[in-house]
Design a protein around this ligand. Structure first.
Ligand code: MN
Length: 330
């Protein structure tokens, strides 16, 4: 990875926007805050921007109060560093990034990345962008303090599902270990990121689990989240984070799907797989993307139509990839 070149860019410039994708997760927020703190330590002007609501559970991250959406009349920088975002749309600046900055750096681990930067550093072997930020910080030779360590640790445990997913590697375990040596408390972060839930979130879980269905002999499990459910229990969409895993955990299941009805008659589709289905491929068929085991896309509503369209495409895709897999192993 070309971190020496990126380090040169960082040393040579003074003003930066550090940003990440909408519907931000722990990797997005943690990576943005870690890199922001590092750049500030180097004496740079840095504005950390996320163009969406940041879930309150990330408020414990050091300097999270600095995060804000883009302000058109105010924000300009020499360099914009985009983290964990496979395409420009997911950054949601609603204008050409060129009118905001001179140089775009695209640092990401999604293999579906559209290479929208002037400098593109993409590594789909990295567990999280937080891991890439770690190696960048090492290249920059900035000492990692507890604030930076907390952010990097959170980024990695989020994207590895608390070191449970197949993207867990010796490299990310070494980094986590170093962060714990610096003073990060795994129990504290685990409670903040994975456990603490609002009461409304648990009520919402009841509603969503009530829609659980199996298909294809139990290989597919799918559920839905409607606007009415959110209203009924007074929950926010972010309260459904992680629900899809209940479907994925069923023993027979290979692919779990969560259909989330949006305000604008669109339907977001979250996807997880366990062993052999590359869900990023099926997400790409619908203009989305992601990773082999976790991906997503958006379909036109209404919900019933989106479900039918998507599930029949998924079934067909699974039959085809099963054939391919059989051919490869023969
Ligand atoms: Mn990520």
């Amino acid at each position: 990875m070309d971190f020496p070149r990126l380090a040169d860019v960082i040393f040579k410039h003074n003003s930066f926007i550090v940003t990440s994708h909408i519907a931000p997760d722990g990797d997005a927020v943690g990576s943005v805050l870690a890199l922001t703190t590092v750049l500030e330590k180097l004496g740079k002007n840095v504005v950390p921007i996320i163009n969406d609501v940041v879930p309150a559970k990330y408020n414990f991250l050091p300097h999270s109060e600095k995060l804000r959406p883009y302000i058109p009349e105010k924000d300009r920088a020499e360099v914009m560093i985009c983290l964990d975002s496979g395409d420009v749309e997911r950054l949601d600046f609603k204008k050409d990034l060129r009118s905001i900055c001179e140089l775009i750096v695209n640092l990401d681990h999604h293999k579906s990345n559209s290479l929208y930067g002037d400098i593109n550093i993409i590594d789909d072997k990295s567990s999280a962008v937080g891991e890439m930020v770690y190696y960048l910080v090492k290249t920059l030779n900035v000492p990692i303090d507890i604030d930076i360590a907390t952010c990097i640790y959170t980024a990695i445990i989020t994207d590895t599902g608390s070191i449970k997913y197949s993207n867990t590697t010796p490299s990310c375990l070494k980094i986590l270990s170093e962060m714990v040596e610096i003073g990060v408390r795994p129990d504290f972060i685990s409670r903040e990121v994975f456990e603490k839930k609002s009461y409304a979130s648990i009520l919402l879980l009841k509603e969503v689990l009530g829609t659980l269905k199996l298909s294809e002999g139990g290989k597919i499990a799918y559920m839905e989240l409607t606007r009415d459910m959110l209203k009924k229990v007074g929950a926010k969409e972010e309260d459904a984070d992680g629900f899809i895993n209940f479907a994925r955990e069923i023993e027979s299941v290979e692919v779990a799907v969560l259909f989330r009805e949006q305000d604008n008659l669109k339907v977001k589709v979250g996807l997880r797989s366990n062993v052999w289905v590359d869900v990023s491929k099926i997400a790409e068929e619908f203009g989305g993307g992601g990773h082999a085991r976790a991906a997503g896309c958006t379909l036109e509503g209404p919900l019933e139509k989106a479900k039918n369209v998507f599930l029949s495409a998924l079934k067909e895709y699974m039959q085809t990839s099963k054939r391919d897999r059989g051919e490869r192993s023969n």
